[in-house]
Design a protein around this ligand. Sequence first.
Ligand code: 4AD
Ligand code: MG
Length: 468
Amino acid sequence: MEQIKRSPIKDLLMPTGESPVGRQVNVKGWVRTKRGNKNVAFIALNDGSIIHNIQIVADVQRFGEDALKPITTGACLSVNGTLVKSQGQGQQVEIQANEILVYGSADPETYPLQKKGHSLEFLREIAHLRPRTNTFGAVLRMRHAMAFAIHKYFNDKGFYNIHSPIITASDAEGAGAMFRVTTLDAKNPPLKEDGSVNFAEDFFGKPTSLTVSGQLEAELGALALSNVYTFGPTFRAENSNTPRHLAEFWMIEPEMAFYDINDDMDLAEDFLKFLVRYALDNCMNDLQFLNNMYDKELIERLQFVVDNKFERLTYTEAIGILIESNQIWEFPVSWGSDLQAEHERYLVEQHFKKPVILTGYPIGIKAFYMKQNDDGKTVRAMDVLFPRIGEIIGGSQREEEYDILYKRIKDLNIPEEEMWWYLDTRRFGSAPHSGFGLGFERLMLFVTGMTNIRDVIPFPRTPQNAEF
Ligand code: 4AD
Ligand code: MG
């Protein structure tokens, strides 16, 4: 086969410079469909560079029927040919094939991704192949675009990316059950005299787990570099089998010295708007597909979020609205209890009809590190609530006063020996500071219009499921 440099299909369908029509080109990709007649075969080829396929036109006489036989849905090809203006409808250009090489065939009897639309549930069972569908191609390209936009946003603002550890010896967040990390023999662990497991003999010499959040280490970074952010995997062993929870998810946690809770909210709103705008500006091919296939209001909703100021109110005010709403709740509403998804979605979708930021939560339902208000009852927490998602961001101003923080740690029976390094930052050059965590997959749910979090991460980890 003649050596011609491969062109991404995107560059042929949407050239940025001079038109490539008339050129000899090579494309490589996977067959989506083949149709045709005795004289000509039309092959739709996709290489993932863009949602659209390029049409390959193969003359049956020239190649011979037998040579075209292994070209079935799912097969991988390399094609040399001339890029021409298309005579047919549905595409601007197509490739008149000169040479076709089949890298890998795909048995039509057993290849699971045939032409018809498959349910998202079925596609989860073949997560190893679902990147080859239009839907997951779109989701994965957008996931990349959002990850890039996050780094761009913070880099442009002078934030430094901090790599917080994945393995940790502290359950600082108290955010949920943790996954133990150990090299001890599960059947026969070393025991202490009292019969408990002797973690002194474990790999790290003490019990360790996968992190639930990089925040505490981000705080150490912020109290030296001023503005930092983490972007890494986090793990929660909650047994919550919902469309919005994963056991392994990615979180972005900016942490800023000299920011109070209002600065924190301003950054969170600006950040989310930047990301949604970035999706609108850079992912329109994929967005249009998702809008047509799954969610006819997707693009409109994204535009709405970019254009409108988020509603800000206190938890106490929100409780008042929920009580006055006269709705029938599954979980009763009362001051001091945590808001459930049904309450959050009522505020966002029915009452305000726009994103909402709640502040001033009761101290009893929030983490130990949050800055206490003078009322003795509430903390400077903030949650950003989004339509269809509920909580997309959780954050707070941090307690920077040693005595108050120390007392809180004691009151909650958090082992001091796990926290000495964190407390040290309040002993040496403490400073007011704030931060928040954005759940990356919650963002992905919002920007793609998908409804199940298992469909916005390549290989979801949920209770009873760690396949692939
Ligand atoms: O509200 P959370 O638990 O806050 C923290 O972890 C803080 N340390 C953040 C900070 O202030 N630096 O989690 C933050 C966000 C949530 O708002 C949600 O978007 C997402 O992480 N999240 C999950 N996403 C998917 N699956 C789960 N199980 C999640 N738990 C939280
Ligand atoms: Mg939260």
